[in-house]
Design a protein around this ligand. Structure first.
Ligand code: ATP
Length: 781
């Protein structure tokens, strides 16, 4: 036995504390009408967490508290039976007939079999309601929430308004209910509510999950355009990084080759200069000696002096011509460098033509234009706007280069003129010199040998000077290239970093030998330089802003998006598992429900046949039929209800105009009384309804016995013969569930092991006494 006792104090008509001990499988509560018996059943419902005050026959919480009586205090009694059976009452919650301030009910369970999922051998549940309608709940004296009570009881298949407490006049509730309500009642009785709770909980979680998914999705949608924009920026940055990398590699190769080339050229010029320089020194000495001979010769004549001065003049003319030619070469080099620079600037400017201007700048200028009346002002404004958006340095640099070219060209023209004059002078001097030589040749002079020698030396000197001049211009060119090389190193360092100039240690270039480099045509290296220039311009044009900021922001936004994606994945997983769980719960509910129905039907048939002495009864799982009526209002009717409707509306055509749709599943009750053709529940007599209800109630209780059942005058409508059968069934049921029966029925009383009498005195307060069967029979009357 699970139910040990019930203690009521200040609840409804129970002004004083009254305790009922349930020491027998069947306890009966008897007493005259209005004495407070049903209040005991309600005390059970109250303490088990009932929330509907209406179902406890009140309007508000206050109605549940003893409200005082009108009679004198201490009046009332049990009409001569009070002395038998001991009082079970304790200290009153209020002075008799005085109003109580609180109503409290305690129920004590024997939990040694752990029917309640809590680790105590005895569990006391208590509920107190105060005049302000506030409630308190306790488990073993500790304040708890209502939810804790409900959960604890649900686990033991006991509910507040459950199937196991049948209030007065409620016995045929299941017959009156519609098919959906019946299904709920049967599910509850079969202990399937726990699946329903879980299902509702899972559906709530599913809704929440779907809501969360929606908000995560909308967050991702919000981020998406920014992420896309950043991605493009990052791609740009990466492209520039790639270009920088390839520029670095290009620079490394270019520099390595350039360095080897310059060193080699420098060494070559130095080596080439050695021979002619020393030969020239020797020739100078030889010439000086030959001149000495001529000067000291007696036969030296004016011709010799003339030869010498002409020769000097010729040498000067040649030197001047060579110097001018060299300078001219240099100027030409500068001109072509300046022209290259001009081309580069022009290229930049042509890119300016397609330059993108911010809409906000255009809007700004438009705003200004609209406020100006003078055309001159507008022209000025537009001119300034364009000038502002051109690359300012470019145009000034271009101007500088163009100016430089003009200056260099003027210089070049002057140098060309000088070169022409110097050339003419050289030709003229050479002509004079040749004539003189010819003249001297004619002469049979003793100095002839010396003179010849002088000529020879001079000729050779001129030849060597020519060679040296060529070498000098070569040397100058190498020096210019060396300068350019240094500049390029600096530029590369700034643009690409130190690595670009640290080419010596680059593994990829180790196999590149000096011999390979020297053997290559110079045009190949020039081609490399042009390619480098192009890459540099592309990098400058890319306009990639603060790349580290962009990369950082992109990383952050991408991480956030990734986090949201993972979140979504997790949510989706839990959604899938919740959907699966709901489907599984549905399936279990369905299977267990149908299995339960089969079991109930076996018992129902037994009890029904027993009560009616034959006949058939059973439950059917049916689908609701939705029918649209002519007023276009949806009606949901069971087959039974429809049959009723059809009977009532016979001949008015209501039935044939509507369309039918399938609705929710419910339960239909089929009965077939012995020796009668009655099949509709509507046609049963009051007693037959009571018998059918009892048969079904007992069948359900038999299949899934609750720990206790409270039946409030369920037997009221039974005649003597049926009372007897009812008594037998009760005795049978009490093997599985503890029974508390409120009754006026003698037969029922006779089955009880414990009897309580309830009386009400003049003070309006109920009294409780433990009594014997004989007294009970008297009290019940
Ligand atoms: P019956 O045999 O006719 O069904 P019963 O014994 O079941 O009667 P109850 O319905 O339990 O009687 O008790 C009803 C009585 O309880 C009424 O007399 C009513 O005045 C009294 N009662 C209900 N609420 C209160 C309250 N808050 N304070 C005092 N008395 C109350």
């Amino acid at each position: 036995m699970h139910l040990k006792s019930l203690e009521i104090s200040g609840f409804k008509s129970f002004a004083k504390k009254a305790t009922l001990s349930f020491t027998s499988p069947i306890s009966a509560i008897v007493g005259p009408n209005g004495s407070g018996k049903s209040n005991v059943a309600e005390a059970f419902r109250f303490v088990l967490g009932e929330q509907s005050i209406k179902s406890l026959r009140g309007k508000r919480g206050e109605d549940l508290i003893f409200n005082g009586g009108s009679g004198p205090a201490g009046a009332g009694g049990m009409g001569g039976i009070g002395s038998v059976g001991g009082f079970v009452t304790g200290i009153g919650a209020a002075s008799t007939s005085g109003r109580a301030n609180r109503a409290g009910v305690k129920v004590v369970f024997d939990n040694s079999k752990r029917i309640l999922n809590v680790d105590f051998d005895e569990v006391t549940l208590e509920r107190v309601v105060h005049r302000d309608s506030s409630n308190e709940y306790f488990i073993n004296g500790s304040l708890v929430r209502l939810k804790d009570i409900v959960e604890l009881l649900a686990g033991a298949h006991i509910g507040a308004s459950g199937h196991h407490i049948i209030s007065q006049g409620e016995a045929d509730r299941i017959l009156n209910a519609n098919i959906r309500e019946r299904r709920e009642m049967i599910e509850d009785a079969l202990g399937l509510k726990i699946y329903q709770y879980k299902k509702t909980e899972s559906q709530r979680k599913l809704e929440k999950t779907e809501e969360n998914m929606k908000s995560v999705e909308s967050l991702r949608r919000e981020i998406a355009p920014h992420l896309k924009f950043l991605k493009k920026q990052v791609e740009k940055v990466e492209k520039v990084q790639e270009m920088r990398e390839s520029l670095k590699l290009a620079y490394q190769e270019y520099f390595k080759r350039e360095e080897v080339y310059l060193k080699h050229e420098h060494a070559r010029v130095e080596a080439d200069k050695k021979g002619p320089t020393s030969e020239l020194r020797e020739l100078d000495a030889a010439l000086a000696e030959a001149k000495n001979i001529l000067a000291s010769s007696k036969n030296a004549d004016a011709t010799s002096g003339e030869v010498i001065s002409l020769e000097q003049e010729l040498a000067r003319a040649r030197n001047e011509k060579d110097a001018t030619a060299r300078e001219l070469g240099q100027v030409e080099g500068e001109i072509s460098a300046a022209l290259r620079a001009i081309q580069r600037e022009k290229d930049k400017q042509s890119r300016d033509e397609n330059k993108t201007v911010y809409l906000r700048d255009v809007e700004e200028i438009a705003k200004q234009v609209f406020t100006i009346d003078s055309l001159d002002e507008i022209r000025k404004l537009v001119k300034e706007f364009i000038a502002r958006h051109r690359t300012a340095e470019n145009s000034s640099a271009l101007d500088d280069f163009e100016k430089e070219v003009v200056e260099l060209r003027t210089k070049k023209a002057a140098l060309e003129h000088s070169l022409k004059i110097a050339g003419e002078k050289e030709v003229a001097t050479h002509e004079l010199y040749t004539q003189l030589r010819h003249k001297i040749d004619q002469e049979k002079d003793t100095n002839r040998e010396a003179e010849k020698n002088v000529f020879k030396i001079i000729a050779r000197q001129n030849e060597i000077r020519g060679i040296l001049n060529t070498l000098k211009s070569h040397e100058d060119r190498v020096a210019l290239e060396q300068e350019a090389y240094k500049r390029e190193l600096q530029e590369a360092h700034i643009m690409v970093g130190r690595e670009a100039v640290n080419f010596a240690s680059v593994p990829a270039l180790i196999t590149l030998t000096d011999a390979d480099i020297i053997a290559e045509a110079r045009t190949a290296q020039e081609e490399r330089r042009r390619a480098i220039e192009k890459t540099k311009i592309r990098i400058e044009d890319s306009g990639a802003g603060n790349s580290s900021e962009i990369l950082k922001e992109y990383k952050e936004v991408e991480e956030r998006d990734g986090f949201l994606a993972r979140e979504l994945e997790d949510l989706d997983k839990s959604k899938v598992s919740l959907v699966a769980l709901i489907a599984e719960l549905d399936q279990r509910l369905d299977i267990e429900f149908k299995e339960g129905i089969l079991k109930i039907n076996v018992q129902f048939q037994n009890f029904f046949a027993l009560m009616f002495g034959g006949g058939n009864a059973g439950l059917n799982v049916v689908r609701e039929k939705k029918r649209k009526c002519r007023a276009d209002t949806d009606l949901v009717l069971s087959d039974e209800e429809m049959a009723r409707d059809m009977d009532a509306a016979s001949g008015d055509g209501l039935g044939d105009g509507g369309e039918e749709e399938e609705g929710a599943e419910g339960i239909e009750i089929n009965v077939n009384l012995p020796r009668k053709k009655v099949k509709s529940l509507m046609m049963l007599s009051g007693g037959e309804r009571a018998l059918t209800s009892i048969a079904l109630l007992f069948a359900v209780s038999q299949v899934n016995p609750p720990p206790f059942i409270i039946l409030d005058e369920t037997d009221a409508a039974l005649d003597e013969a049926n009372s007897k059968k009812y008594g037998d069934m009760i005795a049978n049921l009490s093997q599985y569930s503890q029974l508390i029966l409120i009754t006026h029925n003698r037969e029922t009383m006779s089955r009880a092991g414990v009897l309580y009498g309830v009386t009400m005195g003049n003070d309006g307060a109920s009294r409780l006494l433990s009594i014997q069967f004989d007294e009970a029979v008297k009290v019940a009357k």
